[in-house]
Write a protein of this length. Structure first.
Length: 530
């Protein structure tokens, strides 16, 4: 199909001659306009492939202004024709990005060359714009931050991910030195990572979980990253800049931290299991020895009593033997070697029943506060072991506050999703009974917290180091888990989570109302996920 050429020329005879010439050359001279206003109106109707525009037209609108208006609605090339041109007119014409200029007078060859060059240049420019748009769309859509710089290290491009990462809008950042947008350093030693300019070789700043590169953004936020630097070259192979591709490694870092936490808990569980196996055999042997000593001591006590002889030393021996039996009982409880009586326990009733016992073991300077759920809460557990776990936690809190303080015990139901149980892969999502035992004591350091549930590790004089290990073992045996919230100077809270007993629907059990405000609060992430 012949290319449609629209002629804009205020000299009528010249316009007709050009029209005939174009038709003989195989073009379709689709129309003539003699003024700028007429050109704008006809161009919309004719939809030509190219416009042959005289710059100097009679009337209020010259060819340059007419070309601007036409290009606003039609993406077509403009070839300017003029008999003379001053510098000011030429500069104005450049605004419309003309495809070619044609000086009058011109012949058929000049006309054909101008039209073909103009048409080809416009097509190439259109393809370039489409290619740039496609590249820009791709760069905007990828998940990594992409920035480019010129020879002077100034930013020439940023995608939307880069804007979000460094805290600068693209229009603000363009022309800024890249080091003004963000800084790079290693996490451990804070050693700065220099921006490498004029390097002809691609470089990678890899992510190292032990000492990751850290990007510090405009607002001081620190983000673990991985960077790829690639040189930009022109058609002659000369270095003209660099492209930075920066990947946010925050999610990977979080996953690795969670993996370490799970591995640590697995190791701890394996340690506890190994200690349990060893301890069961040890307790059996110790009890045999103690039984022999106790038997002989009691026989000697009877003989002394019948003979009217004081038995002070024997009484001391029997007292120590009683303590030794208590120790082995704790050890057996830790090992979970006793037969369990699993039943549906109403937690609030049991906690209230323990109140008098708990108050009796606290000194007068410690206040005990209950904050129990209004509705009954049932779990499947052994009552004796459950009570032992609560007593051990209260004793631990008491010993942490020799000068007095406050202990609070609370209960509620909470629904935990899979995302909240990443540190406990053995626990299934669902509804749980949450019991919190808090104290206003001195709290613990991270180092002390790490060793908290290890058996035979204690910070208290005279302690055997089994109390909290027993708590851990009891909760785990009933398919629950324990979390500890503590900071030096801010007290300690033990969070116990037990799966709810929902199989038999015991009397008094109420399924939580999904529309209630309390459940909305319960659905909030646990403290260790915040």
């Amino acid at each position: 199909m012949a290319k449609k050429v629209f002629i804009v020329e205020d000299e009528g005879i010249l316009a007709l001659n050009v029209q005939k010439l174009l038709n003989r050359m195989g073009y379709d001279a689709c129309g003539i306009a003699t003024s700028g206003e007429e050109a704008v109106e006809k161009a919309e109707a004719l939809r030509p492939d190219i416009v042959l525009m005289d710059i100097h037209l009679h009337g209020k609108m010259d060819g340059i202004e007419a070309a601007q208006k036409i290009q606003k609605s039609l993406d077509i090339p403009i070839v300017y024709t003029t008999a003379y041109s001053d510098e000011e007119t030429t500069e104005r014409a450049k605004i419309t990005e003309p495809s070619a200029y044609l000086l009058k007078p011109y012949d058929a060859k000049d006309l054909q060359v101008a039209i073909e060059v103009g048409f080809y240049k416009h097509q190439m420019e259109k393809k370039r714009r489409e290619r740039e748009k496609w590249v820009s769309t791709v760069l905007r859509s990828i998940g990594d931050a992409v920035l480019s710089i010129d020879r002077e290290g100034k930013v020439t491009y940023m995608n939307s991910r880069a804007e979000a990462m460094v805290g600068w809008r693209s229009e603000e950042a363009l022309g800024q030195p890249i080091h003004a947008l963000f800084s790079l350093s290693y996490e451990k030693d804070q050693k700065a990572i220099p921006f490498s300019f004029r390097d002809p070789i691609s470089q990678t700043i890899p992510y190292d979980p032990e000492n990751p590169p850290i990007l510090t953004d405009r607002n001081g936020n620190r983000i673990p990253v991985e960077c790829q630097l690639t040189p930009l070259e022109d058609e002659n192979g000369a270095w003209v800049g660099e492209v930075y591709v920066v990947r946010d490694m925050s999610l990977r870092q979080k996953m690795e931290e969670e993996k370490k936490a799970v591995e640590f808990q697995l190791i701890q569980a394996q340690k506890l299991e190994a200690i349990g196996r060893f301890s069961r055999g040890l307790v059996h042997d110790i009890n045999n020895f103690l039984a022999v000593i106790e038997g002989h001591a009691e026989l000697q006590m009877r003989e002394n009593y019948n003979a009217g002889v004081e038995a002070e030393h024997l009484e001391a021996i029997l007292y120590v033997l009683e303590k030794a039996h208590q120790f082995t009982e704790s050890l057996l409880l830790f090992c979970r070697n006793k037969e369990l009586q699993i039943q549906d326990l109403e937690i609030n009733r049991i906690l209230k029943g323990l109140e008098s016992i708990l108050r009796s073991i606290l000194n007068g300077g410690i206040q005990l506060v209950y904050e129990l759920a209004e509705s009954p809460i049932f779990i499947e557990a052994d009552q004796i072991q459950f009570e032992q776990a609560i007593i051990n936690l209260v004793l631990n809190a008491r010993d942490a506050m020799p000068k007095g303080g406050m202990i609070s015990i609370s209960s509620r139901t909470v629904e935990l999703q899979k995302s909240a149980l990443k540190g406990h892969p053995e626990v299934s999502p669902g509804w749980f009974c949450h019991i919190a035992v808090s104290d206003s004591g001195p709290g613990m350091t991270p180092e002390a917290k790490e060793k908290l549930f290890q058996p035979f590790v204690t910070t208290k004089q005279g302690g055997n180091g089994l109390g909290l290990a027993v708590v851990y073992g009891i909760v785990k045996s009933f398919h629950g888990f324990v979390e500890v919230e503590t900071k030096p100077g801010r007290g300690t809270t033990f969070h116990l989570y037990f799966p709810l007993a929902m199989n038999e629907n015991p009397v008094g059990w109420e399924i939580p109302d999904s529309s209630s405000q309390s459940e909305k609060e319960d659905n909030a992430l646990p403290f260790w996920q915040n």
